[in-house]
Write a protein that binds this ligand. Structure first.
Ligand code: B12
Length: 214
C-alpha cells in the first residue's frame, strides 16, 4: 500500500506523474476510490486554493495541481461508474459559459455515474444553446450547471432563461453548484436544487428523479 500522504503532496505540488502512479498503486491495493478523492485529493485542492488566495501560488501552479488531480480522476472515473446498477436517469452536465473550471464538475459527473445515472458531459465554457441542444437530442431528465467564478454565476441564470424561451425548461430538473453558488441563489434563478458537494449531488439527483416520476 503506498503512502497516501504522497498523493496529497503530489496534487499540492502539481506532480501529475506521481499523483497518477500513487493512485494506480492504491487502487491496485484495493483502496476505496472515494477515500482517495475525499481524504487526499480534494483537501489538496483546498490547500492549493488557500495558497492562491495568499499569493504563494499563481495560475501556473493552479494549472499543474489541476492537471495532477485530473490525471488521477481519469483512473478513478471508470471505477465509480462501474459501481452503478440500472441507469436511474440521464444527466446533461457542464460548466457554464465563460468558466473554465471543470474539476468539481467532473467529480459531480463521476459520482452521478457511480450513482447509476447516464452522464452526458458537455465540458466547460458551455453556452445556453449547447445545453438546450443536448436536452433536446439526448432526452435528458436532469441538467447540472457548474460555476466557480462569481462573474459566471449570471450565466446560470441566462442558461435557465434561454431554456425557458426554447420551451425545454419544464422537461428537466435543474441542479446548480460550484463554490460561489448558494441555495438562495439557486432559488432566485429558478433552479430545482443546489448542493455543495459531489456526494450530496447524487442524493439530490435521486430525489429530483423520484419527484419527477412520482
Ligand atoms: C484549480 C483552479 C483553477 C484552474 C482550473 C483548472 C480546471 N481544469 O478546472 C485554472 C488555473 C484554469 C483557474 C483559472 C482561473 N481561476 Co481558478 N481556481 C482554482 C481553484 C484553486 C480550485 C477549484 C477546484 O477545482 N476545486 C476543487 C473542486 C473539487 O471543488 P469545486 O469546484 O468547488 O466543486 C465541488 C462543489 O462546488 C460542488 N459542485 C461543483 N460544481 C457543481 C455542479 C452541481 C450541479 C452541483 C450540484 C455541485 C457542484 O461539487 C464539487 C465536488 O465536491 C479555486 C480555489 C478553490 N479552493 O476553490 C480557484 C478559483 C475558483 N479561481 C479563481 C480565479 C479568480 C480564477 C481566474 C480568473 C484566475 C486568473 N486571474 O486567470 C481564472 C479563470 C479562468 C476561467 N475563465 O474560468 C477564484 C474565483 C474567485 C471568484 N469569487 O470568482 C478562486 C476561488 C481562487 C481565489 N480564491 O481567488 N483556476
Amino acid at each position: 500500500m503506498p503512502d497516501l500522504q504522497k498523493l496529497y503532496d503530489a496534487v499540492l505540488n502539481g506532480d501529475q506523474k506521481t499523483s497518477v502512479a500513487i493512485t494506480r498503486e492504491a487502487l491496485d491495493a484495493g483502496t476505496d476510490p472515494m477515500v482517495l478523492i475525499t481524504n487526499y485529493m480534494v483537501p489538496a485542492m483546498d490547500e492549493v486554493g488557500r495558497l492562491f488566495e495568499c499569493e504563494d501560488y499563481f495560475v501556473p501552479e493552479l494549472l499543474l495541481s489541476a492537471r495532477a488531480m485530473k490525471g488521477s480522476l481519469e483512473l478513478i472515473r471508470p471505477l465509480l461508474a462501474a459501481r452503478g446498477d440500472e441507469p436511474v436517469g440521464r444527466v446533461v452536465i457542464g460548466t457554464v459559459k465563460g468558466d473554465l473550471h471543470d474539476i468539481g464538475k467532473n467529480l459531480v459527473g463521476s459520482m452521478l455515474e457511480g450513482g447509476g445515472f447516464e452522464v452526458i458531459d458537455l465540458g466547460a465554457d458551455v453556452s445556453a444553446e449547447r445545453f438546450i441542444e443536448a436536452v433536446q437530442t439526448k432526452n435528458a431528465n436532469i441538467v447540472c450547471l457548474s460555476a466557480l467564478l462569481t462573474v459566471t454565476m449570471p450565466s446560470m441564470r441566462t442558461t435557465i432563461e434561454a431554456m425557458k424561451a426554447a420551451g425545454v425548461r419544464d422537461k428537466v430538473k435543474i441542479m446548480v453548484g460550484g463554490a460561489p453558488v448558494t441555495s438562495q441563489f439557486a432559488e432566485e434563478i429558478g433552479a430545482d436544487g443546489y448542493s455543495d458537494n459531489a456526494s450530496s449531488a447524487v442524493a439530490l439527483a435521486r430525489r429530483l428523479r423520484a419527484e419527477a416520476t412520482a
